[in-house]
Design a protein. Structure first.
Length: 204
């Protein structure tokens, strides 16, 4: 259960924002694992979704979105670093991507469609620096929460384990942390961990 909870945590942390993506490690024992899982989550996030009705996940998504937004704005979304990760052999990356595709296939179809539209809307409204509006960011985080909660925990673990093998947290995490305000990053991480609990409680 503890490992599953951590997997949900890092996936949410990564996806939520399309980028807590990723690369900012959390405190303590999460520092080595947030980055790899988040990279996978980022791709999954592009498929994320949220039902049209409001529920606990929708309500809970507001807090981490507001608390992590300052951090989101500090990230350089124009950097080419995101196109270079994970720096692994292509066949190994494809194997990891396969776990994401299977997770996506197991998700609720209607939720996936809603999530795709949420991401598309965010892209249409983003500013010149690639930053989404707070409203769009909140919608994406809610969508990701519904996305993860709609699949069995085993699917979440498969993605987590696949990307954990890349061990990106050992170098990418510290590098990315050096590019932002550490206090804002930690505040965002804490809020996302609380959000994780709500999502995990709804996971089937």
């Amino acid at each position: 259960m503890a490992k599953t909870a951590r997997a949900v945590s890092v996936l949410l942390a990564g996806v939520c924002l399309c980028c807590l993506p990723a690369f900012v490690p959390g405190p303590g024992r999460f520092a080595r694992s947030v980055a790899p899982a988040a990279v996978g989550a980022g791709a999954l996030g592009m498929l994320g979704a949220a039902p049209a009705y409001a529920d606990k996940i929708d309500d809970a998504a507001k807090v981490p979105s507001e608390k992590s937004y300052p951090f989101l704005k500090e990230i350089d979304w124009t950097s080419d670093v995101y196109g270079k990760l994970p720096a692994q052999p292509p066949l190994k990356v494809m194997t990891a991507i396969d776990t994401m595709l299977k997770m996506g296939a197991a998700m609720d179809p209607a939720a996936l469609k809603t999530g795709v539209l949420a991401h598309s809307q965010a892209i249409a409204n983003m500013d010149s620096k690639g930053v989404a509006t707070l409203a769009d960011y909140t919608a994406i985080n809610s969508a990701i929460g519904h996305m993860i909660s709609s699949v069995p925990a085993s699917k979440t673990m498969d993605v987590y384990n696949a990307f954990a093998k890349f061990n990106l947290g050992s170098d990418v995490g510290p590098y990315m942390m050096s590019k932002v305000n550490a206090a804002d990053a930690q505040a965002a991480y804490k809020a996302l961990m609380d959000f994780k609990d709500v999502v995990k409680a709804s996971q089937r």
